[in-house]
Design a protein around this ligand. Structure first.
Ligand SMILES: Cc1cc2nc3c(=O)[nH]c(=O)nc-3n(C[C@H](O)[C@H](O)[C@H](O)COP(=O)(O)OP(=O)(O)OC[C@H]3O[C@@H](n4cnc5c(N)ncnc54)[C@H](O)[C@@H]3O)c2cc1C
Length: 417
């Protein structure tokens, strides 16, 4: 097969979300040439630009896993990055509130996980909890001081600026159609000029599995889009929330439960819930792509997931469609919030990998397709197939991890002394 003459890069990154940009930045820091190809006209249009903007501490994640290691590192690094580049952020701390006695053992387990991951967390009784958040109802809480808030779109845009400053190229409005691996390189077929790369990293979020398939790779999982909807608080209800208030999560799901967050702009919102999106970029019930929906529903893993968790799924749909149900959920922690205090306030769509057996992939998932000289050699492609929350927090350590997997080269964190 022949291809037209193309520009050549050491690494091409597909996807201009925070993971792709942090990866490109890590690559550029080593002096390698890099290009980022983003199909939208703007960086950070999808998960990165529509998330809760929380800098997670690393409390929740299974000790020893990638999420635990990379989120703890990323928490400190994101704060340091925002400070260095004068980006809005605040280390607010957060409360995880137990509202029922049966949640206490799960809360204690979270504290144990936190300790194993090196995350400071303090168990509070009701009176101590109320000193942090006077309007919260609960029987006990965990206080995690290192959690914070920022603006991930601004972080991603700054990373893009730094990539360009280091000589990297960012092409917006450029969709990658498929990748063709050859002995010495990879041809990146786009809707415009093709590119040649020694190696490619796919950080395509909601479309990572689709690009793997189009390129003849078996992703082994399907990305199922789960929408998370937000409800904005009225000025009156916003007075009831000082910082970040989370429920104790259900360990059966990788979602953290509907929480109240005061953002860096001072606005308070509740969310996100988790409902099946009816298109990969299905930001509302009205956005339906029958082909994509049919593909999600026909996937054996999706059927098994639905069979196992239909009750939870229906509950989430009910809370999405009924304001009364949504407010009841918030009232478990914040009883003074009323239905008239809530207005719909946008949504994000999570790219969640689901295995054929119906289980949700819990940890970050990177799948490499080796070149002639193996996974670190020319002609190799690395697919990021599961990078949901807390991948925005962990993006910079993820970028360094990917660089090491691609090239064997290790670089220091940006916040290293
Ligand atoms: C509702 C919600 C709340 C969240 N809250 C938090 C939080 O508070 N804290 C936290 O740490 N994490 C949070 N997350 C998770 C976090 O947002 C994601 O983990 C992170 O943004 C993933 O970044 P990404 O670069 O992998 O994906 P994305 O930001 O989705 O970027 C992927 C990019 O690839 C592009 N693309 C796709 N296909 C192609 C193609 N063929 N060619 C070219 N470009 C392509 C897309 O247009 C997109 O811009 C949340 C996520 C959601 C949805």
């Amino acid at each position: 097969m022949t291809f037209p003459a193309t520009p050549r890069f050491d690494v091409v990154v597909v996807g201009g979300g925070i993971v792709g940009l942090a990866t490109a930045h890590a690559v550029a820091r080593t002096g390698r040439s890099v290009a980022v190809l983003e199909r939208e006209p703007r960086l950070a249009t999808h998960q990165t630009g529509n998330n809760s903007n929380v800098i997670h501490s690393g409390l929740y994640y299974a000790p020893g896993g990638l999420k635990a290691r990379l989120a703890v590192a990323g928490c400190a690094e994101t704060v340091a990055f925002c400070r260095e580049h004068d980006l809005p952020h605040q280390v607010t701390g957060k409360l995880v509130v137990a509202t029922e006695p049966e949640e206490l053992p799960r809360m204690a387990e979270l504290a144990r996980r936190g300790a194993a991951n090196g995350v400071e967390a303090h168990e509070l009784d009701q009176a101590e909890m109320r000193r942090h958040e006077p309007h919260v109802r609960g029987i006990a809480a965990l206080y995690v001081p290192s959690t914070g808030i920022c603006d991930y779109r601004a972080v991603a845009e700054k990373l893009g600026e730094l990539v360009a400053k280091e000589g990297g190229e960012i092409q917006l409005g450029r969709s990658v159609l498929r990748l063709v691996r050859r002995r010495e390189d990879v041809v990146v077929r786009t809707d415009g000029t093709d590119l040649l790369a020694k190696q490619v990293v796919v950080c395509a979020g909601l479309r990572g599995d689709e690009l793997a398939k189009a390129s003849g790779a078996d992703p082994g999982v399907r990305i199922i889009p789960f929408r998370g909807e937000y409800a904005g608080f009225s000025a009156r209800a916003a007075e009831l929330v000082k910082g970040l208030i989370y429920p104790v999560p259900d360990p059966a799901f990788p979602f953290l439960g509907v929480h109240a967050t005061r953002g860096i702009d001072g606005h308070v919102h509740a969310g996100p819930n988790a409902v099946l999106a009816l298109a990969r970029e299905g930001y509302s019930w009205g956005t339906i792509k029958p082909k994509e929906l049919a593909q999600s529903l026909a996937y054996p893993g999706m059927m098994r997931l639905a069979r196992k968790h239909w009750r939870y799924g229906l509950g989430e749909v009910h809370r999405s469609l009924s304001k009364k149900a949504m407010v009841q959920q918030i009232q478990r922690m914040l009883p003074d919030v009323q239905a008239e205090d809530l207005t719909p306030s946008g949504a994000g769509v999570r790219a969640q990998a689901v295995k054929p057996d119906g289980s949700l992939v819990d940890d970050f998932l990177f799948v490499a397709q080796g070149g002639a000289d193996g996974e670190r050699g020319a002609g190799s492609v690395l697919y990021v197939l599961n990078a949901p929350s807390p991948a925005a927090t962990a993006a910079m350590p993820i970028g360094r991890e990917i660089l090491e997997r691609l090239t064997g080269e290790r670089i220091a964190p940006l916040n290293a002394a």
